[in-house]
Design a protein around this ligand. Sequence first.
Ligand code: AMP
Ligand code: MG
Length: 325
Amino acid sequence: MSASIITDTDTAAQALRAGQLVAIPTETVYGLGANALDESAVLKIFTAKNRPSFDPLIIHQSTPERILAYASEISEEAFKLAEAFWPGPLTMVLPKHRSVPDMVVSGLPAVALRVPDHPVALELLSKVDFPVAAPSANPFGFVSPTTAQHVKDQLGERVDYILDGGPCRVGLESTIVAFPNGEATILRKGGLPIEQIEEILGHRLAVKTHSSSQPEAPGMLSKHYSPGNHLEIFERLEEDQPIPAGSARIVFGRGGKAISYDDKRLITTYDLSPNGELAQAAQQLFTFLRLMATHNYPFVAAELLPETGLGRAINDRLRRAAATE
Ligand code: AMP
Ligand code: MG
């Protein structure tokens, strides 16, 4: 099997109804979609990604009303966030409705819900009468895809269709909020800056994003988003930082060109946003990490971004890409 890249949501909807796998565009990253209420379709997601069964899936629908139907209880704060940020790069973890199969939630009592902000995804979701489970469409542990071609390169043999909606606008996965003991808590830093959530709720949020294979912290593995190169993190990469010839540097906000080559030191520099814009850096990050893998650089030096807004999520991905266990 080799996936066809399509643009027609009727074909994609029909495939989902038939229990097939369809990669779908969202504003965050491309998702590997299947009917969340069909256990054999959901199993295909875990198999195609090589994803451990303890790592639960996010389910998607086209409106807040349609997706919140899969929660059994919705707190006031959850309603507020749904109103403020859906459609958008926010996932909320809420007590699950009994109609959601245990396989989707890895046996947990809660389910992760999202309304994506992408016209093609919304059109597709509005055509099916079930929620679509869709983790990032990459092999487990690797960098998430932000174009249809990225999906084709890595999972082309394992999905039925890839619905092309162009390059992802945000480029980072959704921010995940859960409400353990009723208290809004960040489980994953992502495409919605934490500061914006705090502004709506009127208080600071606890951040609990680490980091094991224990079921109580599913999916928050410290080693993730790995391009496979030896990657090291620096607070700031000075021009004269000694790194081996043939290496790559990932920097932020240095003016000049996005990609440049120093032929004296044989070092390639990738600037995530020459003008220092965090949104552009987020959008570029996974494309650049993929280039690290494609060029097979033996050493990659990456500098951290300002720890604010989207910079916090970008730094989180860089740290995980550099983690060795
Ligand atoms: P992905 O869709 O691959 O970006 O990953 C989805 C992530 O959402 C998982 O790895 C979990 O960390 C988180 N998640 C999904 N469902 C739940 C849940 N029921 N409880 C807690 N976290 C969840
Ligand atoms: Mg993922």
